[in-house]
Design a protein around this ligand. Structure first.
Ligand code: GLN
Ligand code: ZN
Length: 773
């Protein structure tokens, strides 16, 4: 180990890396499209890192005390770690350079797939809306240092006069989030490779030290989760073993071990307190101050008192109390930080000129959160009295929010207060199926899509021109009607069975509803990375929710008028609206969810009245909000399922209610999916090659199910044979009348060429399958 530079009194665990105006997205996508070479892309990335360092120093973090994290990533932090340690799946080995390193081009190919080589699977990062790429680890994986990017970024910062703190996903979390490779035997446990992996981490640490890092941050959020296939004690044990080795390595930076997203398990806390690392960062936004431990006397404790996951202005008085409680644990010193990386919040509130100033006074984006951390850190070094004014201001903003008009509306509250069990129950499934069969008369293996069709540049341009006032609302709506007509004609031509209107009028499946419901505000630049180059702009749900007028009805009515095929009405479900917005934190989520559900229930009644016979209520985020702690899961599943049922239970028997869920881990939620009581459920299944079909069949799920046969997260066109294989598999494991055929998510992010080619293959494979069965 090296000379001890003290840990800074204030820090953040990570910062948004997409750029204030999504510069990284544009640069990366231009590179993929062949419009910018690798050197250009690298330059943009270096400029972004420089801008971030300068900005964070401006906001008050130290230039040379390791308080500025280096958390840049071209695509995903898990992929960064996986490829740095050489965990390249066998099917991509051909991409490795002759010196054994993994070049940037290979990195992007692993993320996006190429030809027949499927990319890594993607799944949600803990209970957030960020998706990481799932490493594939097997007995055959050879760990070896395969990239020196982390160290290069430290050198780059040093050359610019900064001593930054590189952020790397830790070895336990890397393996705990991995899946067994295709070559691994049944039941293979990636974590069993820990001892083989550690020497590479030792090398990474040494390289970082040589590059000039005084501190490194190793992220180990797996240690808080009870949603991974490991017992907390097993994870704690792995951490004890891993950090004994890393701590004992020579010539390394000091280690900050960071575990955000919830409270550490008791076992992990005990293990980490005893581990030979110099600092521990814990989440005090979602977790409590833990019990004292003997090993803390030599460590710095970083209290994550500023929430890294929401946009509410932090309660500085409350945060200060937590810091004081932390100081009583007997650590060598206490610092303040964010509870997680700030990658989950937008850059800067100062960019939002169109938000109501009163609302703005209740909020904090990344830069404002940095400011709050800096304030608390000043309190620690210069005394609480020096920050008294800032603390008072934060408290005043909080009380102002409690009392403001629109936060509580009597008419909304009296409606939720009167709800009775019958409002949540749609009645016999058998009766519904009979009525729907009569009404819809669909073929066996009905084909459909998940809702959106590609959002072309033309659509985006028209939306922007309408937003700027360059075209009138009439012109814009005329454009959208033409677009719908085109999408309907295309579906006729393809021969699909249940149509969609394509969602061209929606910028985003949640924001669209947020813009049309009361109780929400939308931002201009509030982008948050969702995965890779994709970002979403979550709305701010600040008040009681109600529906001033019907939202989707006229578009659906128009689309249905163009065809004899059933046209699906498309709505976003209450849980997803909550999960993909920044939601008020002053009342239970269940209460907010029921308010949204009632607005949707009214919308469904209006759609039925307009002649819509199939209505899809998307709940892709149902799994994502599942609490990481088992004790909290049952309650969550109860209210989330109830809110969906409340939204849909008013539908008539003959109305076919669909839902769509886009992830492949159905373990804990499989009963909840059944409890939603939708008539048809479409799910992600393409990337995991239909593994989930078996689980669904086993669970006894008896309603319609559409296991996705086309992975829309990748530009690959699935072959007829490949789709046919998935269909054969589904038809072998499930009763035929249950099976639907569809892509595994909306097509909005895809181009038309690949979409049309893929849908053609799907329809052709379905025709063949119909003949075969
Ligand atoms: N209906 C939505 C769409 O097709 C569903 C998207 C999603 O599941 N994320 O875009
Ligand atoms: Zn989806």
């Amino acid at each position: 180990m090296t000379d001890n530079t003290a840990f800074p009194t204030g820090t953040i665990l990570g910062y948004p890396r997409i750029g204030r105006r999504r510069e990284l997205k544009r640069a990366v996508e231009a590179h993929w499209a062949g419009r910018a070479d690798e050197a250009t892309l690298e330059r943009t990335a270096a400029d972004l890192r420089e801008a971030t360092r300068v900005r964070l120093a401006e906001l008050g973090l130290g230039r040379d005390d390791s308080s500025i994290p280096e958390s840049f990533s071209f695509y995903d932090q898990v992929l960064d770690a996986a490829l740095t340690v050489g965990a390249l799946p066998a099917r991509f080995e051909y991409l490795r350079a002759s010196d054994g390193s993994i070049p940037l081009s290979a990195y992007f190919t692993v993320a996006r797939g190429e030809g027949d080589h499927l990319p890594l699977e993607m799944t949600k990062w803990f209970d957030t809306n960020y998706h990481y790429l799932v490493p594939e680890i097997g007995p055959e994986t050879v760990f070896s240092l395969s990239s020196n990017r982390f160290a290069q970024q430290v050198s780059e910062a040093r050359a610019a006069g900064f001593t930054t703190r590189p952020v790397v996903v830790g070895p336990v979390t890397l393996l705990a989030l991995a899946k067994a490779s295709g070559a691994a035997p049944d039941g293979f446990d990636p974590l069993s490779r820990l001892d083989d992996l550690l020497p590479v981490y030792v090398e990474i640490l040494a390289a970082l030290r040589r590059a000039g890092a005084d501190w490194v941050q190793l992220d180990e959020p797996a240690l808080v989760s009870e949603s991974l296939p490991y017992e907390p004690a097993a994870l704690a044990d792995a951490a004890a073993r891993a950090y004994a080795v890393l701590g004992a390595s020579s010539a390394r930076p000091q280690i900050l071990l960071a575990a955000g997203y919830a409270q550490l398990s008791d076992e992990a806390w005990t293990a980490l307190a005893a581990a030979p690392v110099e600092a521990l960062a814990i989440d005090l936004a979602r977790g409590d101050v833990p019990a004292p431990q003997p090993g803390l006397a030599s460590k710095t404790l970083v209290g994550g008192v500023i929430d890294g996951r929401n946009i509410w202005r932090g309660d500085l008085a409350g945060a200060w109390q937590k810091v004081e409680a932390l100081s009583a644990l007997g650590a060598a010193s206490v610092s303040v930080g964010t509870s997680t990386s700030l990658q989950h919040v937008p850059h800067d509130l100062a960019d939002e000129c169109e938000l109501d100033p009163r609302l703005v006074s209740w909020l904090a984006f990344a830069d404002q959160k940095v400011g709050q951390v800096v304030t608390l850190a000043q309190g620690l070094t210069e005394g609480r009295e020096t920050i008294a004014a800032a603390v008072r201001e934060a408290s005043a903003a909080l009380s102002d929010r409690m009392e403001a008009e629109g936060v509580r509306i009597d008419a909304v509250r009296s409606r939720t207060a009167l709800l009775a069990p019958a409002d949540f129950d749609r009645g016999e499934y058998g009766v519904r199926v009979a009525a729907q069969d009569r009404a819809l008369n669909l073929p066996v293996l009905p084909t459909t899509t998940i809702g959106s069709f590609p959002q072309t540049d033309d659509i985006r341009a028209a939306r922007a021109r309408h937003g700027n006032g360059d075209i009138t609302t009439d012109e814009y709506e005329g454009f959208l009607r033409d677009e719908i007509r085109r999408v309907v004609d295309l579906q006729e031509d393809l021969g699909l069975d249940v149509f969609v209107h394509g969602e061209a009028e929606r910028n985003d499946m949640v924001q669209y509803f947020a813009e049309n419901l009361d109780g929400f505000a939308v931002t201009q630049y509030g982008w948050v990375q969702s995965y890779g180059s994709r970002a979403t702009r979550p709305s701010i749900l600040w008040g009681d929710v109600s529906r001033p007028t019907p939202i989707t009805v006229e578009w659906s009515r128009f689309a249905q008028s163009l065809t004899d095929k059933p046209m699906k009405g498309m709505l976003t479900g209450p849980v997803t609206i909550l999960a993909w917005s920044f939601v008020r934190d002053d009342q239970p989520l269940s209460e907010t969810a029921n308010q949204v559900a009632l607005a949707l229930r009214d919308e469904i009644a209006d759609l039925e009245a307009a002649g819509i016979a199939v209505i899809q209520v998307d709940e892709p985020a149902l799994r994502e909000l599942l609490p990481l702690k088992r004790a909290a899961q049952a309650d969550y599943l109860a209210w989330s399922v109830d809110s969906f049922r409340l939204a849909t239970a008013g539908a008539q028997d003959a109305t076919q209610v669909h839902t769509h869920l886009c992830y492949s881990e159905f373990d804990v939620v499989i009963d909840a999916i059944a409890a939603l009581d939708a008539d048809v459920t479409s799910i992600e299944a393409a990337r995991s090659r239909g593994e989930v079909i078996g689980d669904i069949a086993e669970s006894g799920f008896a309603h319609g199910v559409g296991p996705g046969v086309y992975d829309i997260h990748s530009p690959r066109v699935p072959s007829v044979a490949e789709v046919a294989e998935l269909l054969t598999r589904a038809a072998a494991e499930l009763p035929l009348r249950q099976v639907w055929v569809n892509p595994d998510c909306g097509l909005k992010t895809r181009g038309y060429d690949e979409t049309v080619a893929s849908l053609r293959n799907i329809v052709e494979a379905t025709r063949a399958a119909r003949e075969a069965v």
